[in-house]
Design a protein around this ligand. Structure first.
Ligand code: HEM
Length: 281
């Protein structure tokens, strides 16, 4: 299919996440650069609802809309932005070079609102020490979860980005058995708890909901002063995210315990158009 290759590409271990606000401008050179292949880096681009409406009025995903704040037992604020760029590189230097190239091609009306550097931490663990991605769908199932299969937006995907700031000292002070109850999996080998062993407010319990498979590409970001998980995911349907986030925030009586140790300080939805659609810009 015609989706942007970076969604499934796992060649590189260094990332940069860029989010811009922007109302209008020429994006043709930028898109050309994103689509161009390069041995040392890959890039992906996606657009917020308002800009998508201007760029692809005939090829939008059904009912694609901005991130609306969620306020239950816990909250998710909205920081909806207009352009998301995800860069992967062989080295930090390659990521930086590609980011400079792409940033120079952004229209002058745009403004950079978020820049975070991500990295693979040990064997694909979150900074809490738990493996992240174990239950991600694989192969054909990953494709089915992430890519819009048909209609005018075919080959596209809905992206959710969230910067989660961790309180690592608070988490790591707990004994490992208690940490495992927060996640719903064992720490050393990522074995999922079964039956009564799975706490109903664990992260896995709150997100293992039938019909909501998404394809996650999150990675740790940050330094000693500020660090956490840059949550990044691809889905064929926007409502899957809404169901998961409502569940985490406590729509059914209890909230996801992970939210005691980490806070989502940004949230945006973007439309990642197919390569064909991107070429049309
Ligand atoms: C602080 C932020 C987060 C951290 C540290 C985190 C970490 C993890 C970890 C360690 C797992 C278990 C291993 C795995 O299957 O990947 C997991 C599973 C999962 N997470 Fe997260 N996650 C975070 C936020 C989110 C958010 C915001 C969503 C949804 C919008 C989400 C959706 C999922 C799903 C769907 C699973 C798999 C559940 C299943 O077993 O079916 N996560 N996450």
């Amino acid at each position: 299919m015609n989706y942007q290759d970076a969604i499934f590409n796992t060649d590189f271990q260094h990332f940069k996440y860029l989010e811009y606000s922007m109302r209008e401008g020429d994006l043709s050179s930028l898109s050309e650069n994103v689509l161009s292949s390069n041995d040392n880096s890959h890039a992906l681009i996606a657009f917020g609802p308002a800009l998508s409406q201007k760029l692809f009025p005939e090829n939008l995903p059904e009912e694609f809309h901005e991130f609306e704040p969620i306020n239950k037992l816990k909250s998710f604020p909205s920081t909806q932005r207009d352009v998301f760029i995800w860069i992967h590189g062989k080295t930090i230097a390659d990521v930086f070079d590609r980011a400079r190239e792409l940033d120079k091609l952004m229209p002058s009306s745009s403004s950079l609102k978020l820049e975070k550097d991500g990295y693979v931490y040990h064997d694909s663990r979150d900074l809490t020490g738990f493996v992240d991605g174990s239950a991600n769908p694989q192969g054909e199932k990953a494709l089915a979860a992430a890519i819009i299969p048909e209609g005018p937006a075919a080959g596209g995907s809905i992206v959710l980005t969230q910067q989660w700031n961790h309180k690592l000292d608070l988490f790591s002070i707990m004994p490992e058995v208690e940490q495992e109850k927060v996640i719903g999996r064992t720490k050393p080998d990522s074995i999922e708890f079964e039956g009564d062993d799975m706490p109903e407010n664990s992260h896995v319990a709150k997100n293992d909901i039938p019909g909501t498979k998404i394809f996650r590409r999150s990675a740790p970001f940050g330094n000693l002063q500020e660090h956490g998980l840059f949550f990044l995911s691809f889905s064929c349907e926007q409502k899957r995210y809404e169901i998961l986030l409502e569940s985490m925030a406590g729509s059914n009586g209890s909230y996801d315990r992970i939210m005691d140790f980490s806070t989502a300080v940004t949230s945006s939805y973007f439309y990642c158009p197919s390569k064909e659609l991107l070429k049309s810009l």
